[in-house]
Design a protein around this ligand. Structure first.
Ligand code: ZN
Length: 130
């Protein structure tokens, strides 16, 4: 059983901040910064597309609550939410990172040269599949 399933089953301790019948949320043990939480659906799958829609909706409802709580606690300027899937999903159990963001935090994405042309091609490929 993976460590997230063990946390769900209360076999491993965690700093749980929220729990309902579909979702649990607790502090990341290696936080990017204070307030970094994981939102974990209570189903052991490694990818977003393997989750039932109601569980995805549950994750997003909790994410909304966390975003509001972060803003009230830290007064942060924004937030980031991330999920790694498939081979890159730690423990093979889907989880969503949510953490506060600030102008000075240095967190960012690298984008290639020729951004406009690049984005057109990327958007077209994704639109075709959606
Ligand atoms: Zn699991």
């Amino acid at each position: 059983m993976c460590v997230f399933c063990q946390i769900i089953n209360k076999q491993v301790p965690a700093h749980i901040v929220y729990e309902d019948d579909k979702v649990i949320s607790f502090l990341d043990i290696e936080p990017i910064r204070e307030g970094h939480v994981l939102i974990v659906p209570k189903l052991h799958v490694d990818s977003l597309d393997k989750l039932p829609d109601d569980m995805i909706a549950g994750v997003m409802r909790v994410a909304k609550k966390v975003v509001v709580a972060h803003r009230e606690i830290y007064g942060n300027e924004g937030y980031s939410m991330m999920q790694n899937g498939g081979k890159y999903c730690d423990f093979g159990h889907a989880h969503f990172h949510v953490f506060p963001r600030y102008d000075s935090d240095g967190f960012g994405f690298n984008y290639p040269e020729g951004e406009s042309e690049y984005s057109e091609k990327v958007a077209a490929k994704i639109i075709e599949k959606l």
